[in-house]
Design a protein around this ligand. Structure first.
Ligand SMILES: [Zn+2]
Length: 552
């Protein structure tokens, strides 16, 4: 009789899910609150996994009866989500910052200098720091190289601004890279002291120029940095990231680390649009493995709002006559987009100002000519003219946004943009309306890697101190479910990885996170900052676990 019941349950199970191609599972998770984030609101109590993929989801007794041989893990009622995805980040860039001095949150230039003086910079070569933001300081002016020269007369020092669009370098660094003599750089600025010498601050093209002349880290340095970065990702509950701008060689390196089992997290790799990368990608038709997708090119149309490099249609409110910088020749850009299109690849373009967004959306429209499934993207899409926004929907172009940019910029963005334009900036509800989805990212290391902060910024539009009390333009706040979809299914769609990851569905990869609470049911969104990621699995493999009784 017992056996009959079991069989009956299997039969029911087969009717309930189309999951019965396989009756095998190597693990079953039971006693769980599984939030599938499949876009249909599906929830389950149990999940069966075989060979790294989900083979069944459903009610506990059904799954337990159907997969009797499997190892059973009691999840003690914990909440399970799909592995979180960051739709726009710089994994390798972040990895390589992990041994750099962190200047995020410094309250003054004096504090930057104090941290530098106390820090034991590794090695004997370049001293590197990242994360300063003069907008956070009482005197919100760009610093100069003078104090750096005094502290480091013989070692080159470069400190990147938080958004990566400006650097401060000392004299030694400027001389070693040959930037001391450079008068002007296209698409960039070399700021000067009253005596005419470089002040040490280089913006956009000039900053990139200096950074590109610093000796490259070795492969071994990259490998150990990536392994460390992966650990940080797993701790944060992230199992997949988009890396928005890599060289082909680094894409191959990540692929080889996947193959050797040294890197587990999945990567959607966007290639920088250099001739070499174009040649390699076109010759190979891109790359698609279980863990790595490389079918995209990442372009830059403008700079950032913080350094007034974002290209605006009308001048900055706090710098008369200045409209920012366009970083592309539009005809050359369109020619590259055509190659991307002919090869079926994806284009993703950084556009922060409304002028940049207009050029990108116009170029995309000219080539895409209506609805399509190429999933071309506009990265950041921070300031938009209302006339341009419908081009997203009309040409199936995905806006890719970073909610923590909104809460980082909200203190000063209004001064840059003025009253009218700030209302049209960081407008996530308006952007989501275009395609009914909105992938979310952090742009780490520009912002913190932590998805909890993205959730809070998207839902409450406040900082951790609950500022501003009424929220920053709350008419543009996402719901908790939209925020979670933005970090899972919608991010997977924008990354062309939704057949494999992004939701918990039969047939997809068993990438999932075990949480100590359901973010969808928080009474106060600020509680998310106390939420814990208990365990993180990639392809059914437990790769991160806090010390809890949930350990299998
Ligand atoms: Zn970025």
């Amino acid at each position: 009789m017992k056996q009959h019941l079991a069989l009956f349950a299997v039969a029911l199970a087969c009717m309930a899910w189309s999951a019965c191609q396989t009756s095998e599972a190597d693990q079953v998770l039971r006693n769980a609150h599984i939030v599938c984030l499949d876009g249909a609101g599906t929830e389950a109590q149990a999940m069966a996994v075989h060979d790294g993929r989900i083979v069944a989801l459903g009610k506990e007794h059904e799954i337990l009866n159907a997969y009797r041989g499997a190892k059973v893990m009691d999840m003690a009622g914990a909440t399970i989500y799909p592995g979180l995805i960051d739709a726009h980040s710089h994994l390798l860039g972040y990895a390589l910052t992990l041994d750099r001095l962190n200047l995020v949150g410094t309250a003054s230039w004096e504090e930057v200098m104090e941290r530098l003086a106390q820090w034991q910079a590794p090695g004997e070569g370049w001293v590197r720091g990242r994360g300063w933001d003069q907008n956070d300081w009482a005197i919100s002016e760009f610093p100069t190289r003078r104090d750096l020269d005094a502290l480091f007369p013989s070692r080159p020092v470069v400190l990147q601004r938080i958004d990566g669009h400006a650097v401060l370098a000392n004299e030694r660094a400027l001389r070693e890279t040959g930037m001391w003599e450079v008068e002007q750089v296209p698409g960039g600025e070399v700021l000067r002291l009253p005596d005419g010498s470089p002040s040490g601050v280089l913006v956009d093209g000039a900053a990139d120029s200096l950074l590109s002349r610093i000796p490259e880290p070795s492969v071994q340095e990259k490998v150990s940095a990536l392994k460390l970065a992966e650990q940080k990702m797993l701790e944060a509950g992230l199992t997949t990231v988009t890396d928005a701008g890599l060289e082909w060689g680094d894409i191959l390196l990540m692929d080889s680390l996947h193959r050797s089992g040294d890197l587990h997290v999945r990567v959607m790799a966007m290639a920088n649009p250099t001739p070499d990368n174009f040649d390699a990608m076109v010759a190979r038709g891109g790359m698609r493995t279980d863990r790595l997708v490389a079918e995209s090119f990442k372009f830059y149309m403008d700079g950032s709002l913080g350094s007034r490099g974002a290209a605006l249609l009308a001048p900055y409110d706090d710098r008369p006559g200045h409209r920012g910088l366009l970083l592309q020749n539009v005809e050359a850009y369109k020619a590259q987009l055509r190659v991307v299109h002919e090869n079926g690849f994806q284009a993703a373009t950084h556009a922060i100002g409304d002028s940049a967004a207009r050029l990108v959306l116009g170029a995309y429209a000219e080539i895409l000519q209506g609805p399509n499934d190429f999933r071309w993207r506009v990265e950041h899409a921070q300031v938009l003219h209302p006339m341009d926004r419908p081009l997203f929907g009309q040409n199936s172009v995905i806006p890719s946004v970073q909610p923590t940019h909104a809460t980082s910029d909200m203190y000063w963005a209004g001064e840059r943009l003025g009253r009218g334009r700030i209302r049209r900036a960081y407008a996530y509800v308006d952007l989501m309306a275009e395609l009914g989805m909105l992938p979310l990212g952090t742009d780490f290391p520009v912002e913190d890697i932590d998805p909890r902060k993205t959730f809070l910024a998207a839902v409450a539009r406040q900082d951790a101190m609950r500022y501003p009390p009424e929220g920053f333009h709350m008419d543009q706040a996402l719901t908790p479910r939209q925020a979670m979809l933005g970090m899972t299914l919608w991010a997977a769609i924008a990354s062309r990885m939704d057949k494999e990851v992004g939701s918990l569905e039969v047939g997809k990869q068993a990438d999932f996170v075990v949480m100590d609470r359901d973010w969808l049911k928080l009474e106060d969104p600020h509680e998310v900052l106390e939420a814990e990621v208990l365990q993180t699995f990639v392809a059914g493999e437990l790769l991160h676990s806090t010390k809890t009784p949930l350990l299998p």
